[in-house]
Design a protein around this ligand. Structure first.
Ligand SMILES: [Zn+2]
Length: 154
């Protein structure tokens, strides 16, 4: 993808500004993204696409918004939402459809992992999901996109 170095530079610059240590790992390793709130450290995957960029901002959001260790249940969902909201508030204009999709998938996972029904999701979760819906091709394909697909196949 074009411009991933710029995206990485942006993450580096923000981390420097906020006094956060950023450690990059390559896609070949089995590492995961994490943030350490107290030590102001993040471990994030090298940026290959805009989704990685959004995910890196999400981890910075954890350092900035988490006032304590990892929560559980609905509090965990809220903690994750806050970190995404932090990222969205700052860089939503730079997010492409793939980035929004990454956010939507992550939000889905938190609810599933916590065994919470979508109807019972916290308001903040619903608000972010609405943004995901309006910014990405996430969810049910529109009749228009189905039509295009059919044409290609035929
Ligand atoms: Zn998170």
């Amino acid at each position: 993808m074009q411009g991933t170095q710029n995206l990485k530079n942006d993450v580096q610059a923000i981390c420097e500004q906020l006094g956060i240590d950023v450690h990059w790992y390559s896609v070949e390793t089995c590492a995961v993204n994490w943030a350490h709130w107290k030590e102001r450290k993040i471990n994030v995957r090298e940026i290959y696409n805009c989704g990685d960029y959004a995910a890196a901002f999400h981890e910075i959001g954890h350092v900035e918004c988490d006032a304590g260790e990892k929560q559980q249940g609905v509090l965990l969902v809220l903690q994750e939402c806050r970190a995404w909201q932090w990222a969205i508030d700052r860089r939503k204009d730079a997010f492409d459809s793939g980035a929004w999709q990454r956010i939507g998938n992550a939000l889905d996972c938190y609810l599933r992992d916590c065994g919470i029904d979508e109807q019972k999701a916290p308001e903040q979760w619903k608000e972010i999901m609405q943004l995901v819906g309006s910014h990405s091709i996430y969810g049910v394909p529109s009749p228009g996109s189905l039509g295009r697909k059919k044409k290609k196949l035929g």
